[in-house]
Design a protein around this ligand. Sequence first.
Ligand SMILES: [Zn+2]
Ligand SMILES: [Zn+2]
Length: 122
Amino acid sequence: MAAQEPSPPSSMESNKPGFPKKILGNKLEDKHLCNCCHNILRRPFQAQCGHRFCSYCFNRTVSNGPQKCSACIKEDIFEDPTSILKQGCAFPDNAVRRELRTCQLFVSMKVALGKAALKSTS
Ligand SMILES: [Zn+2]
Ligand SMILES: [Zn+2]
C-alpha cells in the first residue's frame, strides 16, 4: 500500500485568481502567468491547448459551459476542439506549480506578517 502524504494546510491554495506579478519581478516568465487573470498562476492547470490557468480562473471560465480559449484566439492558434476549454479537460501542472512554490512561500510570509500586524486570530 502506498504511503499517503499528509495534505498541507491549504490556505494558499484557496480559490482565488493569481498572485500579483510584482512578486516574481524580472524572474517572471510567460509560463508562470494565467491566461485568464494575467497574474501569476495559483494552482496552475494546463488545458489541452497548452495554455495555463489558475484553478479558480479555469473553473470560472468553464462554469457556464465549454469556452473558446481566448489565449489561443489571441495567438492565432485556435483549433477546434483542442482550444475548447471545458470541465475535466485541464490537468494540474505540477512542474510549474513547483517552480512557483518559492513565490507562494514568499506570499504566505507576507500574508502572515500582515496578519500579525492586524493581530488577527483567524
Ligand atoms: Zn488566473
Ligand atoms: Zn489555449
